[in-house]
Design a protein around this ligand. Structure first.
Ligand code: F6P
Length: 366
């Protein structure tokens, strides 16, 4: 099959490193003489070809992507609420849910795309798989700060999010130490504790609570007390937004969804409220939130994004549709999208990272 025109879209929550992928796809496709069409706002640009916000679908030239490598966000926009199989209108503006997947397939052909490079996380790859089954020639590229997608060692954005969280922990440690406080730092990650665990290790936290290990407060209190007995009057606790006490559900916002799922909100505050009466020190909470999704990508994410973008173009040239390019250290390989989404990826509570954390005295809450 000869390739002339390839589409690219970014789908799901944004993350640093997406522009590195877009740039690499455009530059390497250009060298092969292909045209690259940027699809605006994830599948929105395939559901409605007239989509305007903010640029509309457009041809991406090497000039256009020349200076985006160091920029967070995504040049072509994204959405984590544009599932064409359960669609509620552009940016959720219409009330009624409908299946507009046939429209996506029709518009893919109207745009005369020979292939589509689909940059997404777990939820987006599930949508991609359903469209592959309807005949679309898709190659996946893994991105998400949550690292909850299988088949790849790392996803684009994770490394930068961990660095952002780590540098926040460093700063919070300064003020916690000055005031002899417990500082609770709530980080993102949905149902996976990778951002929390990695940033707790990198930031030298004393407590780390993750969704994969339901927690009890007693060992947390003991850890803080032991530090105080040793003359260390402050403590740092990193709490994943999906962490919850044993036998209790995570905390959710009263309104709003995140990627078609209830919005996690309040894990840090809940923990603070419960701990406050049990401790002889002041407790403060910092919720890092979407700060972890923005900013300039780390060198790791720039290089990973570039390598995955180049590999996605190669996969299109090879006709390897239905596959996702993936970091299989030290190489970039391919897995089937089906394989990548088969099992939700989570921190292994008995794995080496948790073991290492426990070995240096990080209290995991159980
Ligand atoms: O999946 C990425 C992520 O940032 C999660 O860590 C978080 O729970 C969610 O997206 C937030 O989504 P939204 O941008 O819709 O608030």
């Amino acid at each position: 099959m000869s390739i002339e025109r390839v589409g690219i879209l970014t789908s799901g929550g944004d993350c640093p490193g997406l522009n590195a992928v877009i740039r690499a796809v455009v530059l390497s496709a250009h060298q092969r003489g292909w045209e690259v069409l940027g699809i605006e706002d994830a599948t929105e640009g395939l559901i409605d070809l007239e989509v305007r916000a903010p640029h509309g679908n457009r041809v991406l030239t090497p000039t256009l992507v020349d200076a985006i490598l160091d920029r967070g966000g995504t040049l072509i926009g994204t959405s984590n609420s544009a599932d064409p199989f359960h669609y509620f209108g552009h940016r959720g503006s219409e009330e009624r849910e409908s299946d507009v997947s046939a429209k996506v397939v029709e518009n893919y052909h109207r745009l005369e795309l020979d292939a589509l490079i689909w940059v997404g996380g777990d939820g987006s790859m599930r949508i991609a798989q359903r469209l592959i089954e309807r005949g679309l020639a898709i190659v996946g590229v893994p991105k998400t700060i949550d690292l909850d997608l299988g088949g790849t060692d790392y996803t684009i954005g994770f490394h930068t999010a961990v660095q952002t969280a780590t540098s926040a922990i460093d700063r919070l440690q300064d003020t916690a130490a000055s005031h002899d406080r417990l500082m609770i730092v709530e980080v993102m990650g949905r149902d996976a504790g990778f951002v929390a665990l990695h940033s707790a290790l990198a930031g030298g936290a004393h407590i780390c609570l993750i969704p994969e290990i339901p927690y009890r407060l007693e060992p947390v209190v003991e850890r803080i007390q032991k530090r105080r007995d040793d003359g260390l009057l402050f403590s740092i606790a990193v709490v994943a937004e999906g962490a919850a006490p044993s036998g209790v559900a995570p905390t959710y916002a009263e309104t709003g969804e995140a990627g078609g799922m209830p919005k996690l909100f309040g894990a840090g505050s809940r923990m603070a409220a419960a701990l406050d009466p049990m401790l002889p020190l002041e407790v403060r909470v910092s919720v890092l939130g979407h700060i972890q999704r923005g900013g300039s990508p780390t060198e790791f994410d720039r290089i990973l994004g570039t390598r995955l973008g180049v590999a996605a173009v190669e996969a299109v040239a090879d006709g390897a549709f239905g596959s996702m390019v993936a970091l299989q250290t030290p190489n970039i390989g391919r897995v089937s999208i089906n394989e990548a989404i088969a099992v939700p990826r989570r921190v292994d509570p008995a794995g080496q990272l948790v073991e290492a954390a426990r070995a240096i005295g990080i209290e995991m809450g159980s």
